[in-house]
Design a protein around this ligand. Structure first.
Ligand code: HPA
Ligand code: ZN
Length: 351
């Protein structure tokens, strides 16, 4: 039995860092740091409308999701070759390994690249090569989730799925991202049905900026296994009860939510309420290069701002990240045991 009450608050920052965890909501294009954007722009001869790294970073003052997406797509325009996708992903895995991430399910947006004439092969082969290297060299179990851009049509999503099928074994599932308002999940009902038939896992962004009804239709129409963000579920108590009862995980991204003004400040974030309601909530970085930090920065920020969160919640969030992952049971069992050991030792050291 882990003695959570024995672990003092002063031990939390180090524990949050060193506990093993899975990251389930990270857009790989959102890990492109300004320095790498400039390096790749130069390598590929792509013009940028920002004069310097500092000028680009200064533009990261977002007012909502769309104001972020405009800059995020501009940043991704420097990615052209398989090597670029490899370099970007491996740089993320090095940071993830330092944060004690043992398993990562990376989102990628093929349409952001194929629309610019980049072959889907360069995207998927570059990223999956990085996943293999992350496993061999860093011990991270890494997989890919292909996201459809919801501001585009379902027909375009079908065309993307068709292009990706020769690489079917390189990704474990599909997701839905980009501009949420005005693009409800049901717009993608048929393509998600096809993906389920193909045996792919299915997830969707819902209830970040969009209403609880979008969470409901992601569950009922798309039949998703996890909700990405989902923080607006609290506006519907019956929906919260359903998410708890059906153990539908929410991949929450605290720094993203504050940067995109979903919450005015971290102190107002509803993560403690989600956990109190018994939801399978997890902590993730979304777009770490744009929102002020990687997964451990997210843990640090949310625990720092919310005194209701303590050692028990830290353990629960890491445990939820394994439970919610698409890894096999043998891996999950190993990670759960490593997590318990970390907390057992912290409890004993404090006694
Ligand atoms: N929401 C929707 N689409 C996205 C996001 C996000 O937070 N990040 C990258 N694409
Ligand atoms: Zn996201």
């Amino acid at each position: 039995m882990i003695d959570f009450d024995a672990i003092p608050r002063s031990a939390l920052p180090a524990l949050l860092k060193r506990m093993p965890k899975a990251e389930l909501h990270m857009h790989i294009e959102g890990s492109l740091e300004p320095e790498m954007i400039f390096r790749l722009a130069q390598r590929n001869g792509v013009p940028l409308k920002y004069a310097s790294v500092e000028a680009l970073r200064a533009a990261y003052a977002f007012t909502d999701l769309q104001s972020f997406l405009d800059i995020y797509y501009a940043g991704a325009s420097v990615l052209l070759k398989e090597q670029d996708f490899f370099d970007m992903a491996f740089a993320y895995f090095e940071k993830a390994a330092a944060d004690h991430v043992v398993h990562s399910e990376l989102f990628f947006d093929p349409q952001t690249h194929t629309e610019r004439g980049v072959p889907i092969e360069a995207v998927i082969v570059g990223l999956s090569h990085a996943c293999r290297r992350a496993h061999q060299e860093l011990g991270i179990s890494a997989t890919l989730i292909l996201c459809f851009l919801r501001h585009l049509s379902e027909e375009q999503a079908f065309a993307t799925l068709e292009q990706a099928l020769p690489y079917r074994h390189q990704f474990v599932g599909v997701g839905l991202d980009s501009s949420e308002r005005g693009h409800p999940p049901e717009k993608f009902a048929r393509v998600f049905a096809r993906c389920r038939e193909l045996g792919l896992h299915v997830v969707a962004h819902a209830g970040e900026e969009g209403p609880p009804a979008y969470i409901r239709s992601a569950l009922d129409v798309l039949k998703v296994e996890r909700i990405d963000h989902g923080v607006r579920c609290v506006e519907s108590p019956p929906l919260v009860q359903r998410l708890a009862r059906e153990r539908v995980p929410l991949t929450v991204c605290p720094l993203s939510n504050v940067k995109l003004c979903v919450f005015k400040s971290m102190a107002e974030h509803n993560l403690p309420a989600l956990l109190d309601a018994g939801l399978v909530a997890t902590v993730n970085s979304d777009d770490p290069a744009y929102f002020g930090g990687y997964v451990n920065d997210n843990f640090a920020a949310v625990f720092d701002a919310l005194p209701q969160l303590g050692a028990r919640q830290a353990w629960q969030l890491a445990r939820n990240s394994f439970d919610a992952s698409f890894a096999d049971e043998a891996h999950k069992a190993r990670w759960r045991a490593a997590l318990d050991k970390t907390f057992d030792e912290a409890g004993q050291a404090a006694r």
